[in-house]
Design a protein around this ligand. Structure first.
Ligand SMILES: NC(=O)c1ccc[n+]([C@@H]2O[C@H](COP(=O)([O-])OP(=O)(O)OC[C@H]3O[C@@H](n4cnc5c(N)ncnc54)[C@H](OP(=O)(O)O)[C@@H]3O)[C@@H](O)[C@H]2O)c1
Length: 226
């Protein structure tokens, strides 16, 4: 089976926050960062997004640049990558604009959530619900299913809980981190990797492979050293 490449694409403030304390407050993305994000997403067969991010933002990222759409067509990819939301609870309101967007929707969830959620049936009409375990998500199963369905390139767009889970499963090959020249502060503001944390000796280390600077913004590309 061909290996799936997984790239994390996240932007954070110079003090390491991926959003302000209020997750609904608009973020500081500018034109260069949006273009960078759009290019990275345009390479994906599937994007992974945490349920917290979909609940906070309401929509998934959609490619609009005609050149990037044409390049996808030449590569034989659908106009938009599949958006796969990761949710243990299935607490996803059908009123979210995400469920009206013209994209293929998957939801990775658990068997328990499918049985206990009051809107499983309604969600099944608007998304492909895929169980990856009884109570916990088994990423090995998720990656096998993606490979069977022809997914070769995954872009993980956060937030911090989803990224932590993928780091824990050793699934991240490389990282694109944008550093916004701004300070949000706030003990409760999320960071690129949440979860329980790692002890430094077993923490994943990174190798810097590329840097770009646009005005005061930095784009850093790292490879994970496993
Ligand atoms: N600056 C950036 O580039 C960027 C990018 C993305 C997001 N954000 C911001 O980050 C914030 C959200 O981050 P977050 O860390 O709170 O949320 P998140 O990672 O987007 O979502 C967390 C939720 O995802 C589900 N989930 C994640 N890992 C799981 C696993 N292994 N198994 C089962 N479910 C799993 C759970 O959903 P359920 O609760 O449904 O069970 C969990 O509560 C928002 O403010 C968003 O705007 C910023």
């Amino acid at each position: 089976m061909t290996a799936i490449q997984t790239t994390v694409v996240l932007a954070m403030t110079a003090d390491g926050k991926i959003s302000a304390v209020d997750p609904r407050a608009p973020r500081d993305s500018d034109r260069a960062d949006k273009a960078h994000l759009e290019y990275q997403v345009s390479l994906a067969d599937l994007i992974l997004v945490g349920a917290g991010t979909i609940r906070a933002e309401g929509t998934t990222f959609v490619i609009t640049n005609p050149e990037l759409l044409a390049a996808r067509q030449i590569r034989g990819q659908s106009p938009q990558p599949i958006t796969c939301v990761v949710s243990r609870s299935l607490e996803l309101s059908l009123d979210l604009p995400f469920f009206q967007q013209d994209v293929e929707r998957w939801i990775f969830t658990t068997r328990t959530a499918l049985q206990e959620s009051s809107h499983t049936e309604a969600l099944e009409k608007v998304a492909n619900l895929i169980t990856l375990g009884d109570t916990d998500l088994e990423w090995d199963r998720g990656y096998s299913i993606m490979a069977e369905r022809g997914i070769r390139k995954v872009v993980a767009l956060g937030g911090g809980s989803l990224t932590a889970s993928l780091v824990g499963a050793k699934r991240i090959d490389d990282w694109w981190l944008t550093i916004w020249p701004v300070i949000y502060g706030g003990e409760k503001a999320p960071t690129p990797v949440e979860g329980e944390g790692f002890i430094p000796r077993s923490a994943p280390h990174l190798q810097l492979v590329e840097t770009r600077q646009v005005n005061s913004e930095l784009f850093l590309h790292y490879r994970t050293l496993y």
